[in-house]
Write a protein that binds this ligand. Sequence first.
Ligand code: PRP
Ligand code: URA
Length: 206
Amino acid sequence: MPLHIVRHPLVEDVLAALRDKATPCDVFRQLARRVSLLLAVEATRDLALHDAWVETPLERASVKRLGSRVVAVPVLRAGLGMLDAFLELVPSAEVGYFGLERNEQTAVARRYYEKVPKDLAGALVFLLDPMLATGGSAAMALDGLRGLGAKQVRLLSIVCAPEGVAHLEQAAPDTLIFTAALDRILNDKKYILPGLGDFGDRLFGT
Ligand code: PRP
Ligand code: URA
């Protein structure tokens, strides 16, 4: 499974502040948005274009316009922290939602909400979930997207654990992953080390 680790000084600097437990909630939100922009730029680098014409103030110009149907699917809650950045870059994207929550004892995800555009066969789908830990949540969302016909899915995750990447290699080998960091390991509560803690809690102040 292709894993794209986005290497960029701005990504490193944002990650440092996201990891810092002293970073307050309002700053964490801004940083989440900033790193999501950087990931989204990389993940959309090869979007299909079609030829078009526009009138500049001086003459007719040959231009390129986005041609693909793009669907963004944030995983609630934490994926909401990535959505605005994605829509800033691709304002024409349709948006769907999966609500998934890990059980605090078992770390097994359950789905509590789903509202995703139908018939994804021709769409390029961007699944937004900032943390790939065991991979259970992403695998569940990817399975749901496959059930709706999705053939091309890219996962944008700010921090990944090797265990989650290995899980998706088995469960969804065609998925491309774009991440800012491949961390070391999961702890015994299935949190990523060194990680940044609970992304949803830090984003929403819970
Ligand atoms: C977090 C995170 C991912 C999931 C990753 O969500 O946002 O969705 O955990 O863990 P996994 O790879 O082991 O499945 P959480 O379940 O804490 O819900 P939240 O976004 O509502 O906080
Ligand atoms: N979800 C998080 O928010 N953080 C982790 O480290 C693992 C899962």
